[in-house]
Write a protein that binds this ligand. Structure first.
Ligand SMILES: [Zn+2]
Ligand SMILES: [Zn+2]
Length: 510
């Protein structure tokens, strides 16, 4: 039997997670020597720029796309030269550190203060090939080529089983166009990571099971409860008609950011995994994307399937804050406002916070609320049911220092305990008995969040594991690079774990 006999204390779970070995070998890579690829001038057609696939590399300052040029400018003003501090022989002399104005010719990112410091930096080789990959991916997204990676399939024939073993088997069994290159895989996995992370853990064909030691016996009961609602009786066809009498499933995505600006037709891909279910997705968080005001200057119609653009991070950390937050962490940017659809309506009166609801299809309703979840919990408090409701927190940053509150010793509180962030929220979620799924964007990020549970009032000792921490097969394969320091690179939804309130057994339902 694959059942783990060691008690699942927080320490044991962490030790097992670290023993996977992924933690220590996260950064690696080689310097690229692809500069011989001859450059051709980008072709202009009626104001749009087209790049061919041999011409995707451009230093940021020479990019044909203004958005990439602007990002380069932002990085030049934010990122410090990594060589400056050590060349002065004293790491505390931060004011002698110059900004990264010099662009590495191999990756095109602003990385050092000068060519001299770039030349003596042995460390940069660890990052350079990845940075070059991101440079080319960003140009490819805007190259004007037909992005077949974003062509999404329609409903699944009910007799065709979907595999959730990994991206490749999923794409194949779901009838996606074939992803021939690593670049295509990166684009498609970034677009689909949020809907597929949820779908792959909830679905009865999930790769996370009791037998591979990721799902605990308690967790398998939580998942079984949800799956009795998500699927139909064995043998019965899992079709729309079969769902007529089923209650709506509610998925609460708290602290939502980029996922709240994904076009609804991308979320429809999640619904198509459960053809007999009706879903209500709630995006709740201070950085949730709301529809543009109806009379705002006309944006381009939202017809593309492109993932939300990475917005500039200029405002996230001021120079002084960066000093205080030495754990050099990546902060996902706040997405831009989303398009207003025909049936989008305001929900301000209903929830008392800036919000909208769109009944997108009979199978999918989406609500977004720009508020901390603590402000609206009271409205839902008495309605939770572990059979129909589930929480997802994508990279919540439990273990990050709070920018807004300090603890008794004068240091910033961790966000898990801070009254402004997750302090009042997580204990309230544990009390619902519903499963709470959490992702992190690197091994260090997952570990930092889990360690923070140890001390948090109302959380430590109050939860049990549903899924033990480990890699998420449906994480994005694309590197996200921090503008304040291009050495900081993460992958969206790299890792996954889940918990629920302790000692509150999900009752059998007949
Ligand atoms: Zn320097
Ligand atoms: Zn480089």
């Amino acid at each position: 039997m694959g059942l783990n006999r060691t008690p699942r204390t927080l320490r044991n779970v962490l030790l097992r997670f670290q023993a996977c070995g992924v933690n220590r070998q996260y950064v690696g890579g080689r310097r690229h020597f692809l500069n011989f690829v001859r450059k051709s001038k980008p072709v202009q057609f009626g104001g749009s720029t087209f790049l061919n696939e041999n011409d995707l590399f451009h230093p940021f300052s020479e990019s044909p796309f203004t958005a990439i040029k602007a990002r380069g400018e932002a990085i030049r003003s934010l990122a410090p030269c990594p060589v400056c501090p050590s060349s002065h022989g004293d790491h505390s002399l931060a004011h002698n550190t110059l900004a990264a104005k010099f662009e590495c010719p191999d990756c095109g990112w602003p990385t050092h203060c000068s060519r001299d410091h770039w030349e003596i930096d042995e460390e940069h080789a660890k990052y350079c090939s990845r940075l070059r990959e991101v440079n080319e991916d960003e140009h490819d997204l805007r190259s004007g080529r037909k992005l077949h990676e974003f062509e999404l399939p329609g409903p699944q024939a009910y007799e065709e089983a979907i595999s959730f073993a990994n991206w490749d088997l999923f794409w194949y069994t779901r009838g996606f166009p074939s992803m021939d290159t690593e670049r295509s895989r990166r684009h498609a996995s970034k677009l689909l990571t949020y809907p597929l992370t949820i779908g792959s853990v909830l679905h009865q064909n999930s790769g996370l099971t009791l037998s591979n030691n990721r799902v605990t016996p308690e967790g398998s009961r939580s998942l079984a409860a949800l799956r009795t609602m998500l699927h139909v009786r064995p043998g019965a066809p899992d079709t729309e008609e079969a769902g007529a009498a089923k209650p709506q499933m509610r998925i609460f995505i708290l602290g939502a950011r980029a996922e709240s600006s994904l076009p609804p037709h991308v979320w429809e891909q999640f619904c198509m995994l459960f053809p007999s279910c009706h879903f209500h997705l709630y995006f709740i968080g201070p950085q949730v994307s709301l529809p543009r005001p109806p009379n705002a200057s006309s944006p381009k119609p939202h017809t593309s399937t492109q993932p939300p653009q990475v917005t500039l991070q200029t405002a996230t950390l001021s120079g002084e804050q960066q000093q205080a937050y030495i754990p050099n962490v990546y902060e996902p940017p706040t997405p831009k406002p989303i398009a207003r659809l025909k049936r989008t309506r305001s929900s301000l009166e209903l929830y008392g916070v800036p919000s909208y609801t769109v009944p997108y299809t009979p199978q999918l309703t989406i609500t977004g609320m720009q508020a901390n979840y603590a402000e609206v919990h009271a409205q839902f408090q008495d309605t939770f049911d572990p059979y129909t409701d589930v929480f997802f927190l994508f990279s919540p940053g439990f273990g990050f220092p709070s920018p807004a509150s300090v603890s008794d010793d004068g240091r910033p509180s961790l966000q898990i305990a801070s009254p402004n962030e997750w302090g009042p929220v997580v204990p309230a979620l544990l009390a619902t008995r519903c499963a709470i799924f959490v992702t992190g964007f690197s091994p260090a990020d997952v570990e930092r969040d889990i360690r923070s549970l140890e001390q948090a009032p109302g959380v430590a000792g109050e939860f049990e594991w549903v899924v033990t921490p480990g890699e998420n097969p449906f994480g994005s394969e694309k590197w996200e690079v921090a503008d304040f320091d291009p050495r900081v690179m993460v992958k969206t939804n790299w890792g996954l774990w889940a918990m629920r309130g302790k000692g509150r057994e999900v009752r059998e339902r007949n």
